[in-house]
Write a protein that binds this ligand. Structure first.
Ligand SMILES: Nc1ncnc2c1ncn2[C@@H]1O[C@H](COP(=O)(O)OP(=O)(O)OP(=O)(O)O)[C@@H](O)[C@H]1O
Length: 246
């Protein structure tokens, strides 16, 4: 079953096509990488798929709901960890989760159970009453992840979730992503790290608002460099050739 179905989707800002007639689908439980250079249209697409921005043209369905007709239902079935802002630095871990729970209209008991389950899931060892600004970056990222899935959405959009985090924390974060996917959640993730992209089941490559390739990491390597042994090709080389056109 598809959780995301996008057909000829475009978003224009003035005369500028930030997203230009893209079409793709994402399945339940898939780890889907959404890659491209800065300004390629990734965040804009994610905002449409979270029901936060109306497209200019085309269709998009998320969890079976139309982003144009049913934006409120779309918002309910998605989790979103945005690039810059997911937690309040001046609130504690507990307050952040309670605030997110209130925004998501979770009742007290459900919030309590989800909070316990998810803190356990990330093996949070700290004090729930610590201010978020005092947490190490990697832990902040993990708390941000659980805040985005507190309402148990079908799909979670992670926009450069590991930017600025140490390699050990990045590795840990990806092990959490894999568990979420195994449990059936769809993970839609953008990253500039090719070792992370390598862990996606399929990767979409965006360039200047257009979707220029969509396949498994292995097939992207095979098709980008047909004369080479795909095991000797890196995704970095694919990215440089396809996205940066060099
Ligand atoms: N609200 C807006 N008004 C005008 N232009 C915008 C707006 N939002 C995004 N853009 C432009 O649309 C293009 C795509 O931006 P977007 O943020 O989707 O790219 P991105 O692929 O997510 O890049 P990055 O990796 O830097 O986050 C950029 O040229 C950006 O400047």
């Amino acid at each position: 079953m598809n959780v995301v179905d996008v057909a000829s989707l475009s978003v224009k800002f003035g005369d500028y096509f930030a997203v230009n007639k893209i079409s793709f689908s994402v399945g339940q439980g898939e780890i889907f990488g959404f890659l491209g250079a800065n300004g390629a249209g990734k965040t804009t697409t994610i905002r449409v798929l979270c029901g936060l921005l109306l497209p200019t043209e085309g269709q998009a369905q998320v969890c079976g709901f139309d982003v144009l007709k049913d934006a409120a239902k779309v918002k309910n079935c998605v989790g979103y960890m945005s690039q810059k802002f997911t937690l309040y630095d001046d609130l504690t871990v507990k307050e952040n989760l309670e605030f997110t729970g209130a925004l998501r209209k979770l009742d007290e008991e459900k919030l309590r159970l989800q909070k316990e389950k998810l803190l356990e899931f990330i093996r949070f060892k700290g004090d729930e009453n610590s201010l978020v600004k005092n947490l190490p970056g990697g832990i902040k990222q993990q708390v941000s992840l659980i805040a985005s899935v507190l309402h148990n959405p079908n799909i979670v959009f992670l926009d450069e979730p590991t930017a600025g985090v140490s390699p050990a924390y990045r590795q840990r974060f990806w092990s959490l992503i894999r568990v979420l996917a195994k449990e059936g959640k769809t993970v839609f993730v953008t990253t500039h790290y090719m070792d992370e992209a390598e862990q996606c089941e399929r990767i979409a490559l965006m360039r200047s608002g257009e979707l220029i390739a969509l396949d498994s990491p292995e097939n992207l390597k095979r098709h980008s460099f047909p004369d080479k042994d795909p095991h000797k090709v890196t995704l970095e080389e694919v990215f440089i050739q396809q996205v940066e056109g060099r």
